[in-house]
Every structure is written in C-alpha cells, then in structure tokens.
Design a protein around this ligand. Structure first.
Ligand code: MN
Length: 482
C-alpha cells in the first residue's frame, strides 16, 4: 500500500483493472476472417465483420476454449452456461451499431492471481470475471488532412475482458498484477501479451479514500498501453483526486485519457452506466452451454504455470525465490534454464544464465529464441569447466567464441587448442622460465610475499591462460619457497 500525504492526512489509493486481452486465434470470434497483425487496412474483413445485412455470427469454438483455458489459469470458476449480449452504441468503426459481448452471464466467474512484490512478498488479487467480446475497428485520424479513415481488420477479433476486484493499493501493485497476468496468458498460449501491438490494453479504475474510510468515486482511465504508463497514470490521477477533494471539490465519475507526452490524465467523457448501453441477449446467438468433460479436458492439458514452476525451482534447484522468479517470468526462459541446469550444478547454471547469458541477450537486443548460443551448448560449457577441460578464464573467452560462431564449445576447444594444461612438467617449465628471467622479482618476493600474485599472472600469460590454476599455485610455491 502506498499512501498519499495530503493537507488533511493520509489517503489510500484503490485500484481495479480491466484488461482487454486479444485471444490467440487464426480466425475472429464470430467469422472465419484472419487476424494477423500488421496486414493492409481492410484486407481481413468478412461480410459478418462489415455487418452486411443478413449476415449471421457463428461462434468460433477455439476462442471459447481459449477463454476457458485462461479462466482455469486464473483459478476461476468456469460457467457452463453463458450468454452473449448486444452492447449498443454508435461509433464509425463499429458497423454493427453494437458490440457482441457478455454481460450478466460471463463465461468465467471469480478467480484470483498471486502477485509478486518487492522483497519476495506476494499478495492475492481477486478476479471478478472474464468475458468474451468482439473488438471494434480502428479509426485512422492521421492519414488525411480533413478526413478520418476506418480500418475494419480488427472488427470482430476475439477479446477476453478480464476484470479484477478493486484489490490493488498502489501503482506498483497494479504493475505487478499486469506483469503476472501477462506471464500467465503467455504460458497458456491464449494471448501474446504484446502491449505495443495493442493485443493487451488496460483500463484503470482509480479512486482515493481516507485510510479505512468508505470507497470514493472512481474515474476510469481508458486504453493505457504500457505498464510504465499505467504506473504514471495512477500516480498522477490519485494525486489529482486528493487535490480536488481537499480543495473542497467532489470527484465526478468519468472516463479519462492518459497523455504520455504530458504525463497527465484529462477528461474524455462523463461515465456512461451499463443501462445506457441497453444490453440485451443477442437474438442471433443461443446461450453457450459447455459440457463438464470439455472443461475437464482443457484442465488436464494446462501447462505448469509460473507460480508452480517458481516453487518447484526453489525446491528442486535450491534457487532463491528472487532468482526463480526471474527465470519463470517467461516460459522460454524457464525451459532454457532447465535444459542448462538438468543434472548439473544449479547454482553455476543460474549464475551463467542470469549473468553472462542475459547480458549477451541484452547487448544484442535479442530474445531467447534468437540467441546464438543454445541451451544445450551452454550446458556443455559448464561440463567442460566442471571436468577440468577448461579453466574459468578460458570459459569466458569460449563464451564469446560461442556467441560469435554458434558452435559447440567442445568443437571450439579442439579447433582453438583451448584445453587446460594440467601437465605438471609443462607448467613447471613455464614457471622456471619466469623465475629465471626475473631475478629482481624473486628478490622482491622474498621481502614481500604478496608479490606471489605477479608470478601467477606471468605464468598464466605465458601459457595463454590455459594452465590449471591449482597446479600453477602449488608448483610456484614449491619452486619459489623451496
Ligand atoms: Mn470491453
């Protein structure tokens, strides 16, 4: 919880989020038109999506399955009977004049999400509901000086509207909620979570109240499209509301827009109530009835989700909750780590993956799927170190060579002659050469034993970093002190 210090004491922020998550599906919710992102305007529009007279919607079973899968991933109740309603409003990019949505009987009821907070703490946030609905088209205001164009590619695309309970108390908690929700839908494969492509959009309901007081009037900030902006919008809006109330004013329930350029919210329209939309069951669609076996089948096919995986990583690999949390945030990353760690020293694996490997991806701006180093090869690198084939110093060079060539580290060790020298004879010869060539340093060492490190450095340099450090240390002591 974060408090706002006001003139009249401390204020608490109350937040609820409505997330529109685009369903991963090749076809739209009620038509067979494709849904690929970035297609030319109006190339993915069926007669249903354009609301031509006489067209009838036909439910896409895959989208229903995706909604149920998401509901199960949110530990939510699945409603075996749900109803599609018409939400009536006029807009130029809504050719039907209504949106097919779900109102009183959504497909998914109450559930919950565990959010991860700073310092390893976590909290439960309630889910109110999840319903299926159509997306609208898009108005393009910037293509012509005096006209607005309409692109209907998005018209009819399946969305899941996921509504939280007003359980969050700070911008950080809202960010943690969105992060976790995105992680879950990505694990489930039900939404790609790409906020910058608009496939996850967030409406934020913000109100403030005196500590322990009754709920204040809320404002809804529409369509915020990044987690950073969600945080900024909440912080601005909560402060604005406190200032209005403390200045003797009252909060008017309204819809507001966040302007990322100015970092502030501004009024868009006074808030309409549900009854303004004249919801009624869509006469073209029967109630949606699910068989319990259908739901059970989906439940049986759910992947291990982030929370369960995190707990398992802590237990199985002895990771800290923090490291485990970083590794399970994305499914690809978790799988990559497990391939590297399986049957190996997990602490070394986590150090390598979250250290040099993540740094390499960052430097290249690459995703894990684009990595030039495979999990298999990274694991082999650990093996080569563990069995003494290469030294820790050579491992660093080898990692760079693996990044450059994409080759198997064992092959690179052969090709480049990087094998660690453990042959005491060869090491001894290198040491003798250093000692014989530097009588002044030997004298200095006798007076000041900390000079020992200089000799180690010289021997490693002479052997190209390949000498086994333990053998070097032992032999040097013997020859210098003997
Ligand atoms: Mn909606």
């Amino acid at each position: 919880m974060s408090l706002i210090k006001g003139e009249t004491g401390d204020w608490e922020i109350v937040l609820g989020l409505e997330v529109h998550a685009q369903v991963i599906s090749d076809a739209k919710l009620f038509s067979g038109a494709p849904t690929a992102f970035g297609a030319d305007p109006n190339t993915q529009v069926s007669l249903v999506d354009a609301a031509m007279p006489g067209m009838l919607p036909v439910i896409n079973a895959h989208c229903v399955e995706q909604a149920v899968r998401t509901g199960l991933g949110l530990n939510a109740r699945i409603n075996l009977r749900s109803v599609f309603d018409r939400k009536n409003y006029f807009y130029a990019d809504l050719p039907q004049g209504y949106q097919i949505s779900q109102y009183k009987d959504p497909i998914v009821g109450e559930g919950e999400i565990e959010i991860d907070l700073e310092g390893g703490k976590s909290r439960t946030v309630g889910i109110e509901r999840l319903h299926l609905e159509q997306d609208a088209g898009k108005s393009l205001h910037d293509q012509h000086p005096s006209q607005t164009y309409v692109d209907l590619n998005r018209s009819g695309v399946a969305l899941m509207e996921i509504v939280s309970k007003p359980d969050m108390r700070s911008a950080d908690e809202a960010a943690a909620y969105l992060t976790k929700l995105r992680s879950i839908v990505r694990y489930l494969g039900t939404c790609d979570g790409n906020m910058d492509e608009g496939s996850m959009r967030c409406d934020v309901n913000v109100s403030v109240r005196k500590l322990g007081g009754s709920l204040g009037t809320r404002c809804e900030i529409k369509n915020v499209n990044s987690i950073r902006f969600v945080k900024q919008a909440i912080e601005y809006e909560a402060r604005r509301q406190v200032e209005v109330i403390e200045g003797g004013g009252t909060i008017v329930q309204e819809t507001r827009l966040f302007d990322p350029g100015r970092g502030e919210t501004r009024s868009l329209r006074s808030k309409e109530d549900a009854h303004d939309y004249r919801y009624f069951p869509d006469p073209d669609l029967l109630p949606l009835i699910l068989k319990p076996e259908f739901v059970e089948g989906i439940k049986a096919s759910l992947p291990e989700l982030p929370d369960a995986k995190k707990a398992r990583f802590v237990k199985e690999y002895g990771l800290t909750p923090y490291d485990a949390g970083v590794l399970v945030a994305e499914r690809d990353t978790a799988e990559f780590f497990e391939t590297v760690a399986k049957g190996r020293d997990a602490k070394e694996a986590v150090k390598l993956v979250t250290g040099d490997f993540f740094a390499m991806l960052n430097r290249r701006g690459a995703t894990i799927g684009q990595s030039p180093i495979s999990a298999l090869h990274l694991g082999k690198l650990l093996d080569l170190q563990a069995d003494g084939t290469i030294s820790g110093r050579i491992a660093k060079d080898l990692f760079v060579a693996m990044e450059e060539t994409g080759k198997d580290p064992a092959v690179l060790v052969e090709e480049r002659g990087l094998k660690q020298v453990t042959d005491t004879g060869a090491i001894e010869a290198a040491i003798k050469a250093v000692i014989d060539g530097n009588p002044d340093k030997v004298a200095a060492y006798k007076a000041k034993p900390t000079m020992f490190g200089w000799f180690v450095g010289q021997v490693m340099k002479a052997t190209g970093g390949k000498a086994n450090p333990k053998v070097v240390n032992e032999t040097l002591r013997k020859l210098l002190d003997g």
